[in-house]
Design a protein around this ligand. Structure first.
Ligand code: ADP
Ligand code: ZN
Ligand code: ZN
Length: 776
């Protein structure tokens, strides 16, 4: 028989603490005793300070338990509790464990991804000298900053103020002034305002305080980044038939209290955002909360205004341009239940709501939803995890869904909702594709084709505005023939070969295939085969040269680094202080300008020949988005796309706004080549300062992986990474292509464990990327 001990002295409350040390071998919880003095304050999910070896470190309490037997060896105790209100909820802790399994990341990186930066304290190493002896101590510095303001308030009833005034010394003029001022306005004054209003100093207030007449109180002031903005209140619009049906499907799912993923496929201007707003209104009525993810780039004032305008104070906005203090305050408004809707970029997904009713991911095809540093998670997967936890719907929206999502919708894994019509009945703009090979043949060596040149001039004459787009990513990685548009591709992988200046070779970075540098085009024998590329600055110069008097606003990484620069440029363009907005990716989406009637894509090929199996898909998405910028209002819009491969199906279908045909053709391609959505991909990257050592470890690892996976799985590599060396570390990679490999997560964890000795002793870094987005 086993007796249950109930006496308190036989209970040992313990915390399972995940220490904030990013290392494989300590990436688990350790038990710490909870001293009686802390037991009331300490909750699961809180941050604590614990002794760990010679140091003190911060950690997360992932569980609290009672142990009924005296611990075998002496346990250390929790030293300090950093949070009264834990930043990690039960759900987020569970999510962290899931992320570790799913993404083969450290548990501690998963937890860190979920909390605001200011809560990620670092230990400070302090060296002191005592009697000539060197002593090292470690302190955990809590970076939390709160802005505190001091207020002054009356401590006596107003009707008694007169009586107290009489009792004051005749000469205490300032004290009288302060007292009457406080009595007049029947609320506390901000100390600094009060002192200014009474033209006095703190000593006056202190004197009154000693007499027990007034009191200073400190109140925290939360930063509100949108305090200065006024948002026009908006009400729900009467929905179109299509929108109405879409809304019904979503609300019916909410009522069923079951998780389900919807894919809303609708062209720009088909009323997706209005649909999101009304879906959110529905769950707010039920006292629930919503998360809305939008790409960082489209977190423009226009977008924020639509949500703040509809839901006012209930909305928190999270984006990277906020200071870490501002972010922290927005985050606390979410945690403390002061807001009901969180809108933001990827990380807003971890908003610590407890009664979540809906998650929306707008522009679901955006690559920024994948985090590229550890934990390498995809927002879509995490959203689905949270939605299942709460048994609520996820809504993915896009005019150009990813092939993965659309294929899932075709199979019924997601529920497809299509919005076919633009709300205002306006037509999608006409797209003209210009063949740049013909321009060259006709003797035009400038970067503006004749049709684009004419249209720019006409636009300037009509005093309307234009957006010119140049994609800079991918420049200088490939070599193209200007006469026929030929670009070297890997015969095995169907992606462009990457040119390596160092040894003048063209290489495939998926499988390692290699070709020598070309001096003539293998297709047409032309000598006009060279690097492709130009920068925005060059385009700007050319614009001034060819169109005297044109006013250009250039937006690229160089001109938008300063805080607020992004908005300022857009505002200036909106106020028509320029004729032309010239820029990279960042101007491609979410913007809506009434007077823009011309959109020009300077070189569609730059994206098309990225050494990436998604190059065609990205080209289609981008062209569709930039075309969406023209003619959104009364003025009709025109789009000109310049290309050396104008008959490529991604360019052709995009110019006809034909998603379905593009989808069919691209799916065929993916099936033939064994790419997603037919196959899953996992990329493993190894890095080390010593090349021969790295290659050896890599080859052994890849050999081992090949033996473990199922026969249908393809393991490519090891090959040098597209960027073969970063910060003096060589990089090698291996790609796994598979259809069904349910044990892969565990296998990758084993791979890391097998390489333990290389990782811990010899500085090897091994990174796993499940469903990688960037393969460059
Ligand atoms: P999307 O998000 O698909 O680009 P929006 O929701 O932004 O579409 O809608 C495009 C425009 O049409 C916006 O100006 C919006 O206010 C307006 N709109 C949306 N739904 C309706 C509706 N039911 N009635 C009238 N106007 C609408
Ligand atoms: Zn050629
Ligand atoms: Zn290849």
């Amino acid at each position: 028989m086993c007796a249950i001990k109930t006496e308190d002295h036989s209970r040992y409350p313990m915390a399972e603490v995940l220490v904030n040390v990013a290392a494989q071998d300590v990436d688990r919880t350790f038990d710490y005793l909870i001293p009686p003095a802390l037991s009331d304050q300490l909750q699961k999910g809180a941050r604590v300070v614990v002794p760990f070896g010679p140091r003190k470190v911060q950690g997360y309490v992932l569980n609290i338990k009672d142990v009924h037997e005296e611990p075998q060896h002496r346990l250390k105790s929790v030293e300090q509790v950093l949070d009264e209100k834990p930043p990690l909820t039960e759900e987020l802790i569970e999510l962290g464990h899931w992320m570790k399994r799913e993404y083969t990341c450290l548990l501690v990186s998963a937890m860190e991804a979920m909390i605001p930066a200011v809560l990620k304290a670092k230990t400070k190493r302090k060296v002191t000298y005592q009697n000539g002896k060197r002593q090292t101590t470690y302190e955990v510095a809590d970076k939390v900053t709160q802005r505190v303001q001091t207020f002054v308030k009356l401590c006596v009833p107003e009707q008694e103020v007169g009586h107290h005034l009489e009792k004051l010394h005749a000469k205490a003029v300032k004290q009288r002034k302060v007292l009457t001022t406080l009595a007049e306005r029947q609320q506390a004054w901000l100390l600094s305002d009060l002192l200014a209003a009474c033209d006095t100093t703190l000593s006056t207030v202190k004197a009154l305080e000693e007499k027990g007449l007034v009191q200073r109180v400190k109140k925290e002031k939360r930063r509100d980044p949108y305090a200065a903005h006024h948002f026009e209140r908006s009400s729900p619009l009467p929905l179109t038939e299509e929108q109405q049906q879409a809304l019904q499907q979503i609300t019916a799912q909410v009522d069923r209290q079951e998780s389900r993923t919807f894919l809303v496929h609708g062209v720009t201007g088909s009323g997706k955002t209005e649909l999101y707003l009304q879906s959110i209104a529905y769950i707010l009525e039920q006292g629930k909360e919503a998360i809305v993810l939008v790409p960082e780039i489209s977190l423009t004032p226009q977008m924020v205004e639509r949500f703040k305008g509809r839901f006012g104070e209930q909305v928190a906005v999270l984006h990277s341009r906020l200071s870490s203090g501002e972010r922290y305050d927005e985050w606390r408004r979410i945690r403390d239940g002061q807001v009901k809707v969180a809108i933001g970029a990827r990380s807003a997904l971890f908003a610590p709501f407890q009664n979540l009713g809906l998650i929306i991911i707008d522009e679901e095809h955006e690559s920024s939803y994948k985090q590229e540093e550890s934990p390498k998670y995809h927002a879509r997967d995490v959203a689905i995890f949270r939605a299942q936890y709460h048994q609520v719907p996820v809504v993915l929206g896009s005019a150009t869904p990813t092939l993965e999502s659309f294929a899932r919708a075709q199979k019924g894994v997601y529920q497809l909702i299509s919005l076919h019509q633009r709300i205002q009945g306006s037509q999608l703009p006409e797209v003209e594709v210009v063949d740049m090979r013909q321009e060259l043949k006709a003797g035009n060596r400038t970067m503006f084709s004749r049709p684009l040149y004419e249209k720019i001039n006409a636009c300037l004459e009509r005093r309307e505005q234009m957006v010119l787009f140049l994609n800079r990513r991918g420049y200088n990685t490939f070599v193209m023939c200007r006469d026929c548009g030929y670009v070297a591709e890997c015969p095995h992988c169907d992606i462009s070969l990457t040119f390596h200046k160092r040894d003048g070779a063209h290489r495939c970075h998926y499988c390692g295939y290699e070709e020598r540098q070309l001096s003539v085009c293998p297709q047409c024998e032309s000598e006009h085969i060279r690097f492709f590329g130009t920068g925005t600055q060059k385009v700007e110069e050319e614009l001034y040269k060819h169109f005297p008097g044109i006013r250009v606003i250039r937006m690229d990484v160089d001109t938008t680094q300063k805080k607020g620069a992004h908005e300022q440029h857009l505002q200036a363009f909106r106020e028509q202080k320029a004729d032309c907005l010239l820029g990279t990716q960042m101007i491609a989406k979410g913007l809506d300008f009434e007077r823009v009637t011309l959109v020009g894509v300077i070189a569609a090929d730059a994206l098309l020949h990225l050494p990436d199996f998604r190059a065609a898909e990205k080209t289609f998405q981008l062209l569709t988005q930039v075309s969406g910028r023209a003619g959104r209002h009364e003025l009709p819009g025109k789009v000109v796309v310049q290309s050396y491969t104008p008959d490529h199906y991604s360019i052709e279908t995009a110019s006809k706004h034909d998603y379905n045909t593009f989808y069919q053709l691209e799916m065929k391609n993916r099936r033939q080549r064994g790419y997603p959505p037919y196959y899953f991909l996992t990329l493993i990257t190894f890095s080390h300062p010593d090349l021969p050592y790295l290659v050896k470890v890599c080859e052994q690892s890849v050999q081992w992986v090949k033996q473990q996976v199922s026969p249908n799985t393809i393991v490519l590599g090891p090959v040098a990474s597209p960027i073969p060396r970063i910060k003096d570390r060589y990089r090698y990679q291996c790609m796994i292509k598979y259809r069904d490999e349910p044990q892969l997560g565990g296998l990758l964890t084993q791979l890391i464990e097998r390489n333990d000795i290389h990782i811990n002793k010899n500085d090897l870094i091994l990174q796993v990327d499940r469903n990688p987005q960037i393969l460059m």
